[in-house]
Design a protein around this ligand. Structure first.
Ligand SMILES: [Zn+2]
Length: 320
């Protein structure tokens, strides 16, 4: 399997009126990519500028950032032509890699805008190299800039940043520096396209937590009424668990629970309700082993909510 490390530059509306008049928010004006083989050696690259069809004025912020002028794009090919070549160039057996989580959504949005054949009908699995950098070299949580990562790893800086090809090039250099195969178990999923049915739902187990991405539901209630959504089996052994703290919500968007597995101890469940592209609801649920401090944190959170609800009710009833 090859690694397709790509980066995009996009332009956006120069003013509010143009923005409101268009269904496309970001128009891709450059694609840059590097292809690595399964040994993570560079075997090819791709680079092309794109002639805009939607926004004909360069947004000032974008222009300053990527040093591109409209005149440079006038004689380029259109997005559908370039994107079709890009997809063909990717080949058959590959995984996308990007710095951060934005590019894959924008690529698919732009392709949909032109009614092109999607790169995938399903939820796309990819590598977020910004995340892998943190897992391989830092604390798993922090998210650094590309420039920081390049300096950190002592990668030679022979080309300027902030153009699609150079950013893809540096991201590929970072991929090459990650030697541990276990780091590459940390897939990400681009939720622009969600699971269309139960069988396409994502269930993945990482080293220390599990992730579930649901299909879409019409509303919050239906989502929270789904058995799979609220199920709390142990993600390590699959056993049924005992509820220590039943599901509760802090704000109607995030839900928490603590359960106990006889073999694996306390496990925290977290549900995030998210809105999909077409305004429906989907769920991202994570399960994670926690220690007694972790249990206490959730208990405190729950008590805090109960307390503030009580106060609000008393205020309403004029008791305070
Ligand atoms: Zn277990």
């Amino acid at each position: 399997m090859n690694y397709i490390i790509f980066d995009l530059e996009w332009n956006q509306a120069a003013d509010l009126r143009t923005r409101r008049a268009n269904s496309l928010l970001f128009e891709i004006i450059e694609i840059g990519a590097v292809k690595l083989n399964e040994k993570r050696e560079k075997i090819d690259d791709f680079h092309e500028l794109i002639k805009p069809q939607v926004f004909h004025t360069m947004n000032q912020v974008t222009g300053d950032l990527i040093h591109l002028k409209m005149e440079q794009l006038e004689n380029c090919r259109s997005f559908p032509e370039v994107a079709e070549d890009f997809v063909r160039w990717c080949g058959k057996d590959y995984i996308f890699c990007t710095w951060g989580s934005l590019d894959l959504t924008e690529l698919q949005k732009n392709m949909d805008y032109y009614h092109m054949t999607p790169v995938s009908e399903k939820t796309l699995r990819y590598y977020d190299i910004q995340k892998l950098f943190s897992i391989a070299f830092e604390d798993r949580k922090s998210r650094r800039t590309l420039q920081y990562a390049v300096d950190f790893l002592g990668i030679e800086k022979d080309v300027a940043f902030h153009r699609a090809y150079t950013d893809a090039y540096y991201t590929a250099e970072i991929v090459k520096k990650i030697k541990s195969d276990t780091v590459f178990r940390n897939y990400s999923f681009d939720t622009y396209r969600l699971p269309r049915n139960k069988s396409e739902e994502i269930k993945i187990c990482f080293e220390d937590y599990s992730k579930y991405i649901s299909r879409e539901f019409s509303d919050k209630l239906t989502a929270m009424g789904d058995r799979e959504v609220t199920s709390t089996q142990c993600f390590l052994c699959g056993a049924r668990t005992r509820k220590k703290i039943p599901w509760f919500t802090s704000n109607g968007k995030h839900y928490y629970t603590v359960v106990n597995c006889a073999r694996h101890g306390a496990i925290k469940g977290k549900i995030r309700l998210r809105r999909s592209e077409n305004g429906r609801i989907y769920v991202v649920k994570t399960m994670k082993q926690i220690d007694s401090d972790g249990v206490q944190d959730i208990l405190n959170k729950k008590n805090q909510i109960r307390q503030s609800r009580k106060e609000r009710r008393h205020k309403k009833e004029g008791l305070v």
